[in-house]
Design a protein around this ligand. Sequence first.
Ligand code: ZN
Length: 433
Amino acid sequence: MTAFEELKEYLFSLTIIDTHEHLPSSEEVRDRDTDVLKEYLAHYFNRDLISAGLPEEDYLKIIEEKMPIGEKWKMVEPYWEASRHTGYARVLDIAARDLYGIDGIGGETIEELNEKFLESLKPGHFKKVLKERCSIETSLLCVETLEEKYDPLEERSIHCDRDLYTPVFIINTYVHPGGWPDIRRVERESGVRITSFNAWLDATEASIDYAVQEGSCILKNSLAYVRSLNYETVTRREAEEAFNVVFNTKHIPDWHQQPAWPAKPFQDYMFHFILDIANRNNLIMQIHTGIQEGSGNLISNSNPEYLDKLILKYPDVVFDLFHIGYPYQNIVTVLAKNFPNVYIDMCWAHIVSPNASVLSLLEWFDTVPVNKISAFGGDYLFIDGVYGHQFLARENVARALSMKVEDGLFDIHRAKEIGKMLFYDNPKRIFRL
Ligand SMILES: [Zn+2]
């Protein structure tokens, strides 16, 4: 047995922690009016297909219209073949193979795959995939808004299946509210009437307090999709002025064009305000850095080098940097090396680029303490993707570790110990699970 084979066998036997998911909050609420292409092309691989030339209109037909699965396949086939070797594509082939016994997704197999996929819509599939097939102890789940946690009839409770998930509270709306609909939502979520900028600060604090009370010490900022990670130090007055530009439009009727969002000084101030709360309560802040999902965005907005100021200023916040910052992984490496409160999170990374993930691991074994890396977060909207992703993650980590064993940096026993730290011990400790 080679070192790679031995490490692969060992890593595939481990129970692991999943640091990041967007799955339905419970199996009951999953979309059942679906087919295998609608589900598998909900995100990620659809972007490779569009990049390869699939027209957007054809993509929308696949997602929105009912038609025989063979017809849908014909629309995507040339682009699928062109993208077949990307990490996103490999995940789908692995899931089809191991969950449904289908050898390669293609024109010959798509009908059978779809039939088997439709059978998996029966209750029990989530537990089977996450627990039995992936051996995931818990998955950190993004609860998109606090509102989801509120049952209007019952007392408030964080709404997700706690047998499968641990909730993470997304703070985006509090930093970057999209005009009045979001302001009203914050009122409902926090129970605080927004009458001023001061009230907005009170509402923010109330919502975070509630999330913490309900067992979520993990917050998440994914605003690098819409703005830069450069959160500057601004005065309260500048922030309040920016807030009032939107706040003073309350009289504008719904049918009239509504204001967008408060300008950057407000956003900057609010993220500092939230980090200050997090710093006082020793909370964890997961931050999206690097590549944005979707077709086309400003990649420079996701550059993590701007985070150094925040990391210095709030030493009692645990900063968990997502997606290895790809393509800025070297910057993430230096941040994790130099700051005790920065950790590297490989969520999404193994499928964005299996190769960059292996190379980054090789780099980190030379530069970063091994207790600072979490090896896996599925980051999927649909359940079968998690299976394919954890498969690639275990394989990539085995590959990188085995290369260092062959180089003589450490022996196979130490390699196994490091593998278990990356997949289990580190996330368990970092996220206090
Ligand atoms: Zn995500």
